[in-house]
Design a binder for this molecule. Structure first.
Ligand SMILES: [Zn+2]
Length: 177
């Protein structure tokens, strides 16, 4: 799964790429990784198996305080929030603290869900939440961060899903003629 993740989320050298220093790359990565714990292409859902979820957590240095089944509603709610039409909205309640030790207030998460929530909230406050998008290809639905200046990116990868869609449209058009 890791190989697929990297191939599909590779950062590309666009002209007009936004690299706002206020956006914490780790926040972006954590939110994306959590949203992408389900992979429509391979059919693998990390939250289907407690051991797989445990490995996911350990890889990111989180403890295993939250069971996979308790993480699922929030994960699906986040997918809904970034435009996945297969997901449903939930109201997420979890423990976040306000850390004031470094001057400016900062939300800090106690467990993985709260950490994801805090990271997502920081992106929302910065006006960057709408850059998180779901690839519209039915067998993909991978979450990615749109760094283009005018937020116009549609596909997780133009090389993969974008070209596949173009080919499909072309086939349909030529069939009609
Ligand atoms: Zn895609």
């Amino acid at each position: 799964m890791r190989v697929t993740t990297e191939a599909r989320n590779r950062q590309r050298a666009y002209s007009g790429v936004v690299n706002d220093p206020a956006v914490d790359a780790q926040d972006v990565q954590l939110v994306l990784d959590f949203i992408n714990t389900v992979d429509a292409e391979t059919g693998v859902d990390v939250l289907d198996e407690e051991s797989r979820w445990a490995a996911w957590l350990a890889e990111r240095r989180f403890g295993h305080e939250v069971a996979a089944r308790d993480a699922r509603p929030f994960r699906d709610g986040l997918r809904y929030a970034v435009g996945d039409e297969h997901a449903t909205a939930v109201a997420a309640g979890m423990a976040v603290r306000m850390d004031l030790s470094k001057g400016a207030p900062r939300l800090v998460g106690e467990d993985v869900l709260a950490a994801v929530l805090a990271a997502g909230y920081r992106l929302a406050v910065l006006g960057e939440w709408s850059r998180i998008k779901i690839c519209p290809a039915h067998d993909c639905r991978w979450a990615f961060f749109d760094r283009s200046r005018n937020r116009s990116r549609t596909w997780c990868s133009m090389q993969v899903c974008g070209n596949r869609e173009k080919a499909r449209t072309w086939r349909e058009r030529t069939r009609v003629r």
